[in-house]
Design a protein around this ligand. Structure first.
Ligand SMILES: [Fe+2]
Ligand SMILES: [Fe+2]
Length: 219
């Protein structure tokens, strides 16, 4: 059975991931490098593992998490859909069974805010892991004058992590925002759709979604 190491070591996938990083850098978009892919892979697996889901589902969540942004090699627009189709071909050639491929590509194809829908446990985990990865280290521009609002919010976030509480069935996102850079209102203006998607994803896993910003519980 394919695992995350097989995916990481695959030369074609490695090349495509490097190209995603290169092309998005050209666009000045926030970081979508190996570090983001690995973060989402590990956190997706951690979410399902902590909540007691079967080990194979945990492994598939890490694979979907690792590959979720691969479609950016084609275009930023609708990269969830193109990524799902790319992953289908790659995983099919690597011999993954069709039911497992379906789980992985549905999670990839549903991770974007505009079109994403929590269709499975794996999709829910990838949404939560991806949307909570807000951090200063993801901003690549050096000149603050050229920051988009998304850059500013990411730059303002000095810590971000998810706390999974299986006993109380709660998933809480903790954020520290430098309010000299953005206000909590600015954060909400930009990230409201992401937070709503996270809430639906948490609910799908029979959990409540919580949000703590600078020590204040907001949701
Ligand atoms: Fe994405
Ligand atoms: Fe992502």
């Amino acid at each position: 059975m394919l695992n995350l190491c097989d995916i990481q070591r695959h030369p074609e996938i490695e090349t495509l991931m490097d190209k995603v990083h290169e092309y998005l850098k050209t666009m000045g978009a926030i970081n979508h490098d190996e570090e983001h892919a690995l973060h989402v892979a590990r956190l997706s697996a951690h979410i399902l593992n902590s909540l007691g889901y079967p080990q194979r589902e945990v492994e598939l969540a890490s694979i979907a998490g690792y590959l979720h942004d691969i479609g950016n090699v084609v275009n930023r627009y609708q990269h969830g859909m193109t990524g799902a189709l790319l992953a289908f071909h790659l995983l099919n050639r690597m011999g993954m069974p069709p039911e497992e491929i379906a789980t992985v590509i549905a999670a990839i194809g549903n991770h974007e805010e505009k079109t994403g829908y929590t269709v499975s446990n794996v999709a829910a985990a990838v949404i939560l892991a991806d949307k909570s990865n807000v951090h200063r280290s993801r901003v690549r521009k050096e000149d603050m004058a050229s920051f988009t609002t998304r850059d500013r919010v990411n730059y303002a976030a000095t810590t971000s992590y998810l706390n999974i509480d299986p006993e109380n069935r709660e998933i809480v996102m903790h954020l520290t925002i430098d309010t000299e850079i953005v206000s909590v209102m600015d954060y909400f203006e930009i990230f409201l759709t992401k937070m709503l998607l996270c809430r639906r994803a948490a609910n799908f896993l029979n959990c409540r979604f919580g949000l703590v910003i600078n020590g204040n519980r907001l949701l």
